[in-house]
Write a protein that binds this ligand. Structure first.
Ligand code: PXP
Length: 254
């Protein structure tokens, strides 16, 4: 028996487009409502330190929407006192701790839990004490997973960026190797009792192989879906992604 993976829709880049003109259109909240209507299992948003896309007001609105719709809000956040206070104020279903550097275009690489555990452990504890599920966004590395368990995280989100880039570049051997690392990391995390999510860079070509990893229970997908929505609408893009996820999972053996 295989369970279909959940789809978390990351709506950051609706805010990127809105912010390009400084007005209120297109509204991330409206996109989140539409995504939920189209079958998203949850909404993901990253409140960055520099507020380059999602704003504090967006998080207010998304938290209220997810509460009313009974859908999980997954707040991606850096390990800082400011973000911890915001997470504790809103009490999202989950907080995904990510690395953040101002100069990066997107989240490049996973959180270094091995080097940063002294800072990550207390934030994890405070979030968990408030009833927020803690997910750590990590590279598919056994050392990072071992440390994720040690600091008390309940979930690891495996960074699929390198794998997805290899697929896009047509580097089949590299993609096979990177997919192997994702599978091994997913198995190890699950063996340690951690829930396994995956995300970053996923598109229609890479979603199938990631969805076939049986330990992966949730995918968080943003940029491609928002871009593809220009051509086929957000419900259309979500529908295709969901169908590809379900098909891949149904084909994978237990
Ligand atoms: N998961 C995490 C932890 C992320 O930081 C991001 C990017 O914000 C995503 C998933 C979604 O990545 P993408 O926008 O490339 O689909």
């Amino acid at each position: 028996m295989t369970t279909r993976p959940r789809l978390g829709v990351n709506i950051d880049h609706v805010a990127t487009i809105r912010n390009a003109r400084g007005g209120s259109h297109p509204e991330p909240l409206r996109a989140a409502e539409l995504a939920i209507q189209a079958g998203a299992d949850g909404i993901t948003a990253h409140l960055r330190e520099d507020r380059r896309h999602i704003s504090d007001a967006d998080i207010d609105g998304l938290a209220a929407l997810c509460r009313h719709s009974n859908k999980p809000l997954n707040l991606e956040m850096a390990v800082t006192d400011e973000m911890l206070a915001i997470a504790l104020e809103h009490g999202p279903h989950a907080a995904c701790l990510v690395p953040e550097r101002r100069e990066e275009r997107t989240t490049e690489g996973g959180l270094d839990v091995v080097r940063g555990h002294n800072a990550i452990a207390p934030v994890t504890r405070k979030l968990r004490d408030a009833g927020i599920r803690v997910s750590l966004f990590v590279e598919p590395s056994l050392a990072q997973i071992e440390m994720a368990e040690a600091v008390g995280a309940q979930v690891v989100e495996l960074h699929t960026g390198a794998y997805c880039e290899a697929i896009k570049a047509g580097h089949a051997d590299q993609a096979r190797r990177l997919l192997g690392a994702l599978k091994e990391a997913a198995l190890e995390a699950s063996r340690r009792g951690l829930e396994v999510h995956a995300g970053h860079g996923i598109d229609y070509d890479s979603v199938g192989p990631v969805s076939r990893i049986l330990q992966v229970v949730e995918l968080n997908i943003g940029h491609f879906l928002i871009g593809e929505a220009i051509f086929s609408g957000l419900p259309g893009a979500i529908g295709v992604m969901r169908a590809l996820m379900n098909q891949a999972r149904s084909e994978s053996s237990v």
